[in-house]
Design a protein around this ligand. Structure first.
Ligand SMILES: [Zn+2]
Ligand SMILES: [Zn+2]
Length: 222
C-alpha cells in the first residue's frame, strides 16, 4: 500500500510542484519513504494542495501525539500547515497562521489557543521530524516510546492481572464487578485500578511483533 502511494506521489509531484522544486520535493519524500505517517501526509498534501497553488514540502515537524493520532507541522515553500496523521491516513488540519481548531486543542490537552502558542511560539527552531521515528522502539499503535506507558486504551497494552490484551481480556469486568462497561466513569475507575495494580510500560522486544491488532487504529475499550 505504501508502494502504491509512493507511485502516485511521483505523479502528483509532476503536476503539483514547480519544475525547479521537483527534485527537492522528491528528496524529502525519499528520505521518509519507509514511514507510513510521513507518506500519508505527502500523499494528502500533493493530491490536494491546500491553497490550490503549486507548492513543495520542505520539512515536517512532529508537534503532539495522543491516542495514536499525531499532529504535524508541515512547512512548505509558501506556508505552514497542520496535519493530523496515523498509520492509515493523514488529513489537513488548518494553516498555522490561524492556529489549531478548538476540538484539536482539547484533544491534545491544551486549554486554549494561547496555551498552544505559548508552547510553540512562532514554530521556529523546532527539531525536524526524524525518518527513524518509527524505528526507534515506538508502539506501532499509540507511538509511545520504549519504557513509556501506552495511551490508555492502546490495544498493545498488556493487562497487569492476566497478561492478556488489556482492552480485550475480562479483567475489567471482574475488577469493576460489572457485566458491562459503558460509561466514562467506569473507564476512568478501571484506569485508576490498573494504575494502582501497576500498568505495564511498552517493551518493544516482547510487545511489538506478535500482536495481531498491530496496524489498526487505537480504540478505547467500550
Ligand atoms: Zn501503545
Ligand atoms: Zn486481564
Amino acid at each position: 500500500m505504501i508502494a502504491d502511494k509512493l507511485k502516485e506521489l511521483d505523479l502528483f509531484i509532476d503536476y503539483g510542484v514547480p519544475k525547479e522544486q521537483q527534485k527537492e520535493a522528491r528528496t524529502v519524500v525519499d528520505k521518509f519513504s519507509h514511514d507510513p505517517l510521513a507518506v500519508n501526509i505527502f500523499h494528502n498534501f500533493y493530491s490536494r494542495l491546500p491553497d490550490a497553488v503549486e507548492d513543495c514540502i520542505e520539512e515536517l515537524v512532529l508537534l503532539e501525539r495522543c491516542q495514536g493520532q499525531l499532529l504535524f507541522l508541515v512547512n512548505t515553500s509558501h506556508a505552514s500547515y497542520f496535519y493530523l496523521a496515523n498509520s492509515e491516513k493523514a488529513e489537513w488540519a488548518g494553516s498555522s497562521r490561524e492556529g489549531l481548531a478548538e476540538e484539536l486543542l482539547h484533544f491534545f490537552g491544551f486549554a486554549d489557543q494561547e496555551a498552544f502558542f505559548k508552547k510553540y511560539g512562532d514554530f521556529s527552531g523546532l527539531p525536524p521530524y526524524s525518518p527513524d521515528f518509527l524505528n526507534t522502539a515506538a508502539c506501532p499503535i499509540c507511538y509511545c516510546r520504549e519504557g513509556e506507558l501506552h495511551e490508555f486504551g492502546c490495544p498493545v497494552e498488556i493487562c497487569p492481572w492476566c497478561d492478556g490484551q488489556l482492552i480485550n481480556c475480562d479483567c475489567r469486568f471482574q475488577q469493576l464487578g460489572v457485566a458491562e462497561l459503558n460509561t466514562e466513569e467506569q473507564l476512568q475507575r478501571f484506569q485508576e485500578l490498573t494504575q494502582k495494580k501497576g500498568r505495564i510500560p511498552f517493551d518493544a522486544a516482547s510487545q511489538r511483533p506478535a500482536y495481531p491488532t498491530a496496524g489498526h487504529p487505537a480504540k478505547k475499550p467500550q
